[in-house]
Write a protein that binds this ligand. Sequence first.
Ligand SMILES: Cc1cc2nc3c(=O)[nH]c(=O)nc-3n(C[C@H](O)[C@H](O)[C@H](O)COP(=O)(O)OP(=O)(O)OC[C@H]3O[C@@H](n4cnc5c(N)ncnc54)[C@H](O)[C@@H]3O)c2cc1C
Length: 497
Amino acid sequence: MKEKIRKVVVVGGGTAGWMSAALLKRVLGEQVAIELVESEQIGIVGVGEATIPPIQHVNAVLGLNEAEFLRETKSTIKLAIRFENWRKQGDSYYHTFGAPGKSQAFCHFHHFWTRAQQAGDSSSLWDYDLNYLCAEAGKFAKLKVDDPMWELHYAYHFDASLYGAFLRKYSEQRGVKRTEGLVEQVNIHPESGHVESLVLKSGKVIEGDFFVDCSGIRGLLIHKKLGTGYEDWGHWLPCDRAMAVPSERFEETLPYTRSIAHSAGWQWRIPLQHRNGNGLVYSSNHYSDEQAADILLNNLESKALTDPKIIPFRTGRTRKQWNRNVVAVGLSSGFLEPLESTSIYLIQSAIVRLIHLFPHAGVSSDLVDEYNRQSQREYELIRDFIILHYYLNERDDSQFWRDARNMDVPDRLTEKIGLFRSNGGLVQDQLDIFLEPSWLQVMLGQGVIPQDYHPIADSLTNAQLKEKLANTKKLKMEPLPKIPSHDQFLEMFCKAG
Ligand SMILES: Cc1cc2nc3c(=O)[nH]c(=O)nc-3n(C[C@H](O)[C@H](O)[C@H](O)COP(=O)(O)OP(=O)(O)OC[C@H]3O[C@@H](n4cnc5c(N)ncnc54)[C@H](O)[C@@H]3O)c2cc1C
């Protein structure tokens, strides 16, 4: 059915709902009316607090003032994730948003480094990455530089409920209509099968031409009403529960997320200006909720502020994220555990995709198919990147890790690991949010050492190679003394803005 889209109804007021409403309103303006329905009785998940750098595009499109954003959402800066005990107990590495060294003549820096390693050099690849150097030193500044060599790539940690409130205020000020109420019924057009209207508990009817289902894990429209199928990826990513608890803030806030592996899952630690976010992602086949609570609470480094909250989840994706006149955004579209903080990015990407393919003149199969093809690919690529962390482990302390090491992984992942292991080769798949430096850091951090390097790295003499590495390290270290501590930055920047 082709009908002009004049009104979009967003169902749900969590991170997905308010990001959708804010971005759609900002970009589509007066072309469509936007109404958001949410129920305070149900509430939000409220645990998505770590992001990746593309969040800055959202802020730029919305025209947000960064200092105000940091203040209002109690944000801190995120330069990296530090993975602890993932390869083996006692071992750690960073996945930073930066990149080591500087590429030369189509040859990534790590090939030169690999050649030097084979000749006996013992430096760490991360010594050549400014993001790492600042993360380790607890420093941050917004550097204005001409050379990408000194760029600091960053994202934010923020308080999810404050972020939602911030976007709600933004959206309402620009004309998004918010309706409080519990959706009890969804009406379908008898011929087209499209959603026509929602009926609230109060009896109020909300009509729309197009619906964005941001109702969270329950997927009120996409699953409950339209019965869209779900692809389960639990055989690759066996964690199926999370337990979250906030704790008191530390004296010093670190500019990175910590991810600490345990015998059947992992714990996150996210520093905010006013508190820490903590949680354990675990497999219910290996830990009872009581065991999980013991592990989480015994490993907090500051006093818990509430009782832990349990969040069951099912890893996978909704088969057709756009079905008829409904697009699922956020948890209703699928779930990948928060190991690489990708869910909020997936919300962003879904809305941007919807804006690109917006059915102004009505829903058509070419738009729907293209949307679904891209979303599927994007989900699969992130899934593979997360599997990588589990698969490349050398831990021998539990069956959980032995099983992860011995699983059959998707073919594309096998190819990528094989290529890197044989000659340090990295590939950039279209629609993969994780660029080559991300794959490099996780493969190396998880213990894959390239057996060979690109022949271009042989273009230098031994002395030139030594000098190149020494110079790169020196140049990367150069700005450090002038960069303030992360806490000093937050204080100065938030006040000044
Ligand atoms: C343990 C865990 C940790 C996470 N950590 C991160 C992270 O670090 N980084 C990251 O990017 N992402 C993270 N995420 C994901 C992130 O939390 C979610 O992507 C994000 O919060 C979006 O949730 P949502 O808006 O889809 O759903 P929800 O927050 O569940 O919101 C659902 C909304 O729908 C409304 N609703 C539902 N049913 C009805 C009804 N019948 N009538 C009216 N309204 C209704 C509710 O009131 C609510 O407003 C994490 C997720 C989990 C589970």
